[in-house]
Design a protein around this ligand. Structure first.
Ligand SMILES: [Zn+2]
Length: 380
């Protein structure tokens, strides 16, 4: 089955260790503090979503446990990938690392709420790599390697307050040689007491060329890689998500409406015909994810159209690659019409989250940002 194959490939990729690109200085700093024996017991990896924070967390954890790594005096700022410890890490069987993937838990439970922050995971954080054991089970054991015991929490902001409070107890009474790495792109969702116990490690978005290179390695064709890297603001993880949702195709459909080339009914049919991966437990949830992508894209395009009108250079815009089409669209709608379109689109966005039928929302949204028929007629 294709889906089995994909799931297996995803699981293997989850365990594989790939050197993260674009964060060398940050890794060098972390490894230097290990060699100097002054690594904090809790690190908060903060920065934009999709820039590689979780990749770096696993890479650094592997480096700490590596037989030739910085904790053993090694000079390389990463794992060797060859020793017994590295092999166990990559097989998912290293006893000294515990990964709580709150993101994966969220996807399993109520995927459609992933982006709107209402999701509250189970109280006890359980590891995906430890067959459902809890963090407490893990912390109750002695380090098998004699080095560090490492807990990585992915998308820590999704933990509810009970889970955060439970974690706080461990942070307040740090056990020797236990390291927590909390990964988050929404640090304001974490308790202030957690911030005060952890050392912040700040990540930046990658340069567009580097992000595009990473995407090309993930087998995206170069033109699409460049376009998506720019759309995602230098966050390869976000760009890959856009690619999975066939976002460039959906953007083309949206643009055709904006420039008055496609009537909204044709566009609605085209939106449903695009093949992409739209997460959701039920068919309706998947439809909602698809329509959310169209609405978000339309919002961004209308905003970029107004930024162009205000004189910003295309290179400064996430959708600068379609500046010519946006300029054509600007000739068909006034600023006031753009404002009204934005207002309606935001209303559609909140209707979508309050469970209004996705098809109805899509049709209303497409009508809202289509140029007035008189403007299209006047152009001829
Ligand atoms: Zn190694």
């Amino acid at each position: 089955m294709a889906t089995d194959r994909r799931a297996r490939a995803a699981a293997e990729q989850e365990l594989a260790l790939t050197a993260p690109l674009g964060h060398d200085a940050l890794l060098a700093g972390l490894c230097a503090s290990v060699r100097a024996g002054r690594l904090a017991h809790a690190l908060e990896f903060v920065g934009p979503a999709g820039v590689g924070k979780f990749l770096v967390a696993r890479w650094f954890a592997a480096a700490l446990l590596c037989d030739r790594g910085p904790a053993r005096g090694g000079l390389h700022d990463g794992p060797c990938l060859e020793c017994g410890a590295c092999k166990r890490f990559q097989a998912g069987s290293h006893a000294d690392v515990f990964v709580v993937d709150v993101r994966q838990e969220a996807e399993k439970e109520r995927s459609e709420q992933l982006r709107i922050g209402r999701f509250v995971p189970r109280e006890e954080a359980r590891s995906t790599y430890w067959g459902g054991a809890t963090v407490e089970d893990f912390l109750g054991l002695r380090a098998a390697s004699g080095l560090w015991r490492i807990v990585i929490v992915r998308e820590a902001e999704r933990m509810n307050s009970e889970a955060q409070n439970a974690m706080l107890k461990s942070l307040e009474e740090p056990a020797p040689n236990v390291l927590w790495i909390l990964e988050t792109s929404e640090p304001h969702e974490l308790l202030p007491t957690i911030h005060s116990r952890a050392i912040a490690v700040r990540f930046e978005a990658l340069a567009l060329e580097l992000a595009a290179e990473i995407l090309a390695r993930a087998e995206l064709e170069p033109a699409a890689a460049r376009e998506l890297a720019r759309w995602a603001g230098g966050a390869p993880g976000v760009a890959l998500e856009l690619a999975a949702q066939a976002a460039l195709e959906l953007r083309a459909v949206t643009l055709a409406v904006l420039v008055g080339e496609a009537p909204s009914t044709t566009a609605a049919a085209a939106v449903w015909a695009v093949e992409g991966e739209f997460v959701g437990k039920t068919e309706r949830a998947q439809q909602r994810t698809r329509v959310r992508r169209v609405l978000d894209t339309a919002l961004e395009l209308v905003r970029d159209r107004e930024r162009l009108r205000a004189g910003l250079a295309p290179a400064e815009l996430p959708h600068g690659g379609v500046a010519a089409e946006l300029a054509r669209a600007a000739a068909l709608a006034t600023r006031g019409e753009s404002r009204r379109a934005l207002h309606t689109l935001l209303g559609c966005r909140s209707d979508l989250e309050s469970n209004v039928d996705p098809q109805t929302v899509l049709e209303r949204a497409l009508l809202a940002f289509a140029p007035p028929p008189a403007a299209v007629r006047a152009r001829g």
